[in-house]
Write a protein that binds this ligand. Structure first.
Ligand code: IPM
Ligand code: MG
Length: 353
């Protein structure tokens, strides 16, 4: 297969983990005889500095003309601490999602047996937790009408039937391929937009009789996720709820640095870690590259390259088993590895197995 990949390293720890993701991707393509090419483009604060625009038109064109995007992170302290900033790095990520029509964000939440002690939750509780959070990504509060003045501001949570139907369809398709249990997470006791979600989900549930559909308010789901994570198989939810619940989900895995995601929709799919740019750690070689590497596994899955995806995951598991880990995951008595050293170990493992 021939793969044309747009690489968007972005800000903070982004460039460091991006380097590792590209290396791992190259190693897999060499091993399995695929041709891969990479084209780099700026996004976020890096793009604002270069062009004034967090998602420049040239970056969009490069993404659009690629088979997939390998994205890392955006965000910069200069903007975080300035509420008056006219443009923000995060707008680059949102513009990318919107312009590429990436309405579904697939976020797998799992535990890794060898890192189970890293979760602050009890081992017997998180053991074998394995669910998908399907987050709607181009609607809701993030993209609804906004207003901001010195004494009044609002965001609008707006969803259309079409937007709800298409994300529910994605969720049902995933549920059919898994344990056939879909939980629709909303706040239908308060929000009109949630009531529309629930109404449409009830209609669609009849089309998927093999899937058990249940409904849960988001506050209750937040509690259930850490109380009984094994309850869940597939969660589908609107944009903001999905953002919050997946950060919470990382506590089950034990580190934000472990969770990858795939954003899919109408145009080029994007593969991105769920964590942010961690600007405080930039350039220190301490960030965990596994979320980025596991995003590469999701990329191979997307193209139905199952053996390639499995080879990435086997190498990641081997690195953890061998205590080749960054500080966020390392066991107390072991020495920590740097971002690049973990990447090099995994790359060598792929080449030699
Ligand atoms: C995420 C991030 C982004 C989001 C930020 C960086 C805009 O938190 O991908 O979860 O809120 O979607
Ligand atoms: Mg988030």
């Amino acid at each position: 297969m021939e793969l044309k990949i747009a690489v968007l390293p972005g800000d903070g720890i982004g460039p460091e983990i991006s380097k590792v993701g590209v290396k791992v991707m190259k190693a897999i393509c060499d091993k399995f005889g695929h041709k891969v090419s990479f084209e780099y483009a700026p996004v976020g604060a890096a793009a604002i500095d270069a062009t004034g625009n967090p998602f420049p038109e040239e970056t969009y064109e490069i993404c659009k003309n690629s088979d997939a995007v390998l994205f890392s992170a955006v965000g910069d302290l200069r903007f975080d601490n300035n509420p008056d900033a006219k443009v923000r790095p995060e707008q680059g990520l949102l513009a990318m999602r919107k312009k590429l029509g990436l309405f579904a964000n697939i976020r797998p939440i799992q535990t890794f047996p060898c890192a189970i002690d890293k979760s602050p939750l009890r081992k017997e509780l998180v053991k074998d937790a394995d669910f998908l959070c399907i987050r709607e990504l181009t609607g809701g509060l993030y993209f609804g009408e906004k207003f901001e003045s010195d004494d009044r501001a609002f965001d609008t949570c707006i969803y259309t039937r079409e937007e709800i139907e298409r994300i529910l369809k994605v969720a049902y398709e995933y549920a059919l391929r898994r344990r056939r249990h879909l939980t629709v997470v909303d706040k239908a006791n308060v929000l009109a937009s949630s009531r529309l979600w629930r109404k449409i989900a009830k209609e669609m549930a009849t089309e998927y009789p093999d899937v058990v559909t249940d409904f849960m308010y988001v506050d209750n789901a937040a509690m259930k996720m850490i109380q009984e994570p094994r309850f869940f198989d597939v969660i589908v939810t609107e944009n903001t709820f999905g953002d919050i619940l997946t950060d919470e989900g990382s506590v089950i895995s034990g580190s934000m640095g472990l969770l990858p995601s795939a954003s899919i929709g109408e145009s080029t799919p994007v593969f991105e870690p769920i964590h942010g740019s961690w600007p405080q750690a930039a350039g220190q070689d301490i960030a965990n590259p596994l979320a980025q590497i596991l995003s590469v596994a999701m990329l191979f899955d997307y193209f139905d390259l199952k053996d390639e995806a499995a080879a990435v995951r086997t190498a990641v598991n081997a690195s953890m088993d061998n205590f080749v880990r960054t500080p966020d995951l390392q066991a107390e008595c072991k020495e920590c590895y740097g971002t690049q050293a973990v990447g090099d170990w995994i790359t060598e493992y792929i080449a030699s197995h």
